[in-house]
Design a protein around this ligand. Sequence first.
Ligand code: ADP
Ligand code: ZN
Ligand code: ZN
Length: 734
Amino acid sequence: MQNNRYASIIVDVANAEVDRVFDYIVPEGMQLFPGMHVLVPFGPRKIDGFVIDLKRETDVPENKLKAIIRCMEDFPALRADQIRLAQWMKETYGCTLAEAFRLMLPAQARGGRIAPKTQLFVSRIREDYPEKCTEKQRELLDSLKEPLPLAAVNASVAKALEKKGFVSIAPQEMQRAPYEGMESRRKTVELNAAQADALFEIEHALNAGGGRFLLYGVTGSGKTEVYMRAVQKTVESGRGAIVLVPEIALTPQMVAWFRARFENAAVIHSRLSAGERYDEWRRIISGQARVVIGARSAVFSPVENLGLIVVDEEHEHTYRSEHRPKYDARKVAQARMDAAGGVLILGSATPEVSTFMRAQSGVRPENKLTLLELSRRANGGDLPEVQIVDMRQELARGNTSIFSSALVSALRNCLAEGRQAILFINRRGYSTFVSCRSCGYVEKCEACDLAMTYHRSGGHLSCHYCGRMRTPPTTCPECGSRFIKYFGAGTQKVEEEVLARFPQARVLRADLDTTRGKDAHMRIFEAFARGEADVLVGTQMIAKGLDFPNVTLVGAVAADASLNAPDYRAGERTFQLITQVAGRAGRAGHKGRVILQTYEPDSPVLQMAARQDFRAFYSEERLYRRRALYPPYTVLMRLITSSNDMDAAQAAAQSLEEKVRTFIEEGGYAEDLIHMHSKEAPVARLDGKFRFHVFVKMYSRARTDEITRELERLSREEIPGVEIEAEINPTNMM
Ligand code: ADP
Ligand code: ZN
Ligand code: ZN
């Protein structure tokens, strides 16, 4: 490298104006490689930078050049394929390279704010003993079959021996390992025929330059088992693997299962401490960890010779980042595997309609997925028996409680048999909203145009969007009536109802309020798995991927709660949620039972979910999307402007609309345009800010990407006092 006197560097500044390469002098004797993370002078400051190239010559005049100050690590912090991936991120999401690099290394490593944690260790460096050896010295030397922490031995004896040259005392790196000591209760099994077929195709693709699969299998069909075997094959062939789960804090089971088979597997997710994150990253980049399990951001992990990425529960919205750059981890995973000639597996019991469509015939090759199907439960058990209960009839019979008589008796039987139950409700808190019976007034957050939720434990109303709290009114602020009523139910109310009817039952509640702490989910789920509670009450966080063998009853207390959301995906979401939550029942061969309570028992979506009939749902939904012009047939895009000043937000939306219109017309995309407008957003105020949006609906074509990129670019325009956000096929249209 001696001849490479110059380095091309991307500086760690997100600003688009400096999103280009800067040349620096490589100081004499500095060992530099592409991908290295360095400190450089930049104007009056010293900032982080990344070496993307080394070269002999530069066009920059010598007197304008500055020298690199130092390397932040003694190894490249970015791999070559990550640098290419950052380039792809820039092209696809319109972000800067610096922003893409930030996703690839732990936040604390930037600016060198963290270092490996070290501890002093004593090691024996000679076989023999000192001439005048005391009893204690001999004892210590004999005990040093391997290096021991200084803290664990007699320090003064160790120091004396060090002086004599018989031991060394030196710092060694310690690793802060997340989830250490968690056990796995999973048995090793023989694959059934469907699993073996799936694995065969995956293995073939691994050896034949790559492939993309959709592993579609009903809940409990053994998808996880296939992932683990696929990872094993990948590791055996000398490559590495990443397994993405929707929210790893919710699925510590997955970690335990993988750790049991891949001892060195690294774990990456948002609730790790900075130290843990940094250590896991170092284990990955050093090649020590060949397998990474993680949430969304783990898709950027610097795995050596990456050959496989698995995306479990691919339909979960958590794979889309809500922050800039707003990437979709599934799309990033695909780009990485396409570039590396590796294998992508998207897995789900309820794939997204758009994903499933990509596994059908007639799809453009760049979108194509190969369908692998597991149609039965792996352990031979039946899918649970599902009953839809009409809550209108319950009411007609005089039952005003939130539990139907069917649910109460099923719960009674379940508890009597010593089994466990899961009660699912898509809302935390106690009541969903507070309203006046006389005039219909609804208590709303003063900063957001949204109803507030009553939390019984604190006796307050809380806004789930901005967190503001207030004491509930005793009389209506509009008409003075005293008939203030609490409508709807949340997790707290369900918990209370269980205890009121079954005082002896042990109940655990899992929602955002009970799981704020690090590892809080894990503690609740582990306690439930150990049988320390009979009933688990929770929000959608309990619907995902959990495997509790003793659960025989699942109750969806308000199965239709998400059905009428003002969102084209409301049906799809409800179907996914109900299918997933129902899939928690009867997983270990005991007969499972599911009760869906609803005011809309005739809803086709609920009926198809009750039958776990994804294919029927898919064909209905596909027709609906085509008829109503929704994705994947079209692309919905919007730019949201928000500001404390209503006029500014509105003016910004109008001017952005003009720009989008010009781009569409001048670029020749007009024939793809279906509809466009700018107006107040459905949630017109959020956290005190006024919101407007520019909404664009277009036919989905290969070139639509150019328009989404333009919207991303426009969202970076600087308009004083106004924030701009771009959303492409947003999960939430509010
Ligand atoms: P999924 O990921 O599709 O929900 P899992 O892989 O978690 O399914 O498997 C569900 C249950 O079936 C687990 O308890 C697992 O141990 C068991 N299982 C998986 N594959 C087999 C098999 N081939 N034979 C017997 N049991 C299996
Ligand atoms: Zn009133
Ligand atoms: Zn609010």
